[in-house]
Design a protein around this ligand. Sequence first.
Ligand SMILES: [Zn+2]
Length: 182
Amino acid sequence: MSTPKIHDGWLLAARHLASANCDPRPAGTAIDLLVIHNISLPPGEFGGKAIEDLFMNRLDPGQHPYFAGIHDLRVSAHLLIDRHGDITQFVPFDLRAWHAGVSCYDDRECCNDFSIGIELEGTDDTPYTDAQYAALSDATRALLRHYPDLRPRRITGHCDIAPGRKTDPGPAFDWHRYLASL
Ligand SMILES: [Zn+2]
């Protein structure tokens, strides 16, 4: 297995689209948590550019009724892995992406401060693709190698740091398969 490389906070194997939705992490904060999410726009539909448009603050509110309610959110993730396993990076890992929202892990709040966020294009109940598992595994191994405070046991789901508010990546995500691949 080859492990993709990270340089200056960018995963070299990814497409790079720099989002404005990021800011510095608090000084001295180690990156020691990885958060797995899902997203699809409109919900349940795959393909298209709506997710990247949302993260780039250019989602057209007139394109779909659902978009009108979310187009002015200021959100991002470090990585998005689409249904084909193609990775787009929006925020360098050393900066804080805006993916977790109100959240808590191990009694520490504001998980964006110390985490990396990866979005899988999907829904809670739709099986993720083999290509997504492969790309997620490759990216995770690169992160584990590059950020020594990250550990496999410090990989979590959005549902676990924002319980009652978030359900992703959902029961469709095969945690055993993923963690066994690292
Ligand atoms: Zn999420």
